[in-house]
Design a protein around this ligand. Sequence first.
Ligand SMILES: NC(=O)c1ccc[n+]([C@@H]2O[C@H](COP(=O)([O-])OP(=O)(O)OC[C@H]3O[C@@H](n4cnc5c(N)ncnc54)[C@H](O)[C@@H]3O)[C@@H](O)[C@H]2O)c1
Length: 450
Amino acid sequence: MERRTGIWFVGALGGVSTLVVAGIEALKAGLAGRTGLVTEAPDFEGMELVGFDDIVFGGHEIRGGDWVGSALEFARENGVLTPELLAGIHERLIEAGGHIRPGISLNCGEAVRRLAPLAAERDRRSLPEIVAALQADLRAFREKHRLDDVVVVNLMSAEPDVALPREFSYLESFLGLLHGDRRDLFPASVLYAFAAIDAGFPFVNFTSCAGSSVPALEELARRRGVPHAGRDGKTGETMVKTALAPMFVARNLRVLAWEGHNILGNRDGQVLDSPAHRQAKVRDKDGALRELLGDEKVHSGVRIDYVPSLGDWKTAWDFIHFEGFLGAKMSMQFIWQGCDSVLAAPLVIDLVRLAEFAHRAGEGGMMRHAACFFKAPYGVREHDFHAQMDVLREYAAGRRCRRSDVRVGLAAQFTCSQFPVSGSGERRTLQAPGTGNCASTPTRTNESER
Ligand SMILES: NC(=O)c1ccc[n+]([C@@H]2O[C@H](COP(=O)([O-])OP(=O)(O)OC[C@H]3O[C@@H](n4cnc5c(N)ncnc54)[C@H](O)[C@@H]3O)[C@@H](O)[C@H]2O)c1
């Protein structure tokens, strides 16, 4: 469907961002297929999601460079992007590169400082000035390309895991700290998320960073009618874990121990090599398993080690020790080997399409139906991958629009998800905001029309 949409990356020149840009440009040029894109599966037909031809790119970054250089670097170190494909999208990558703006690195930690040793110029400004600068970039991008919407996707390096202040629980107290310029308390990811949502742009947090996970930003998102989703993309080992663990539970087999060892060598791995930076990711990976097994005490461990020579090709080895009838102890092992950015990029594209759709349909707040994409999904305690996929398919089924329905204004029926609401432990039926409105008959005006 024709709706000009911008993807704005935080961490524009990273591996995943680069593959999203290269992948979409390859799709536009007819050089790539649609394998790996969930939203291209038959369940999503007729949903009227944005087409690939109408997508343009921009982003914030703390390192210098462009997408041509990043794509060449990726190809050199990891393959995947063949010389033929690179030649076919070269001009498009140059064209796409015009809108990368300097980011901020406030409270991003030592490992990120090593990537970009000079403090970002914008870090020296007051918090309100930083937010204004980030928002000005987003608006300029939207205006330059005459976009109907811009989806901001956080793909920056993992920040150190820190306890966030209690004041982040409410919008009013959050704003008090922001306007009081308490720069010691705001991780950059929270500022990026605030800037996007406050300016009316959907926000997807694909990282383990706090981003829009703080309650104050959910309050803001609901007030602004802006969808947001996160946290930490579920692309490999954790996806397999959350597909397998329910099988042990269903067969009443008792999991005694689950050990997972991940080795990877890209820039992400370099940052995650620092304990403070990998803490949130380890917690997200382990938390999903414990929740699924319903056993807080299960002996489980997650290791992430940096092995430079592997590049983007991650290997995860999981050992599961379990007990069956008559106390017999048995085991299962699996090895997952994948190119991390190849796994992540199509999911980012899916999330952009779903976020743009939700925005058009007037659905503000957490995108609970997108839980299957995340290790620690906002507002959802269900981690079973298949149950999460069922909810997404149910959402899609309720949002499919027949053209005749649009013409006569019939509402598409949508009742979503028997997800337990996070924190409550109880199961209740969630009704998405905007229920009854077909996304093809938008309930909100375009930003540019306001
Ligand atoms: N690839 C996967 O399968 C996967 C899965 C889940 C989560 N993630 C997360 O997604 C993120 C991106 O992964 P990647 O492999 O592309 O990493 P990457 O290291 O290649 O890219 C991160 C980019 O962010 C930039 N950056 C760092 N701090 C920034 C800041 N404050 N502002 C703007 N830019 C900043 C870096 O310079 C780098 O270009 C990581 O946080 C990773 O943990 C990846």
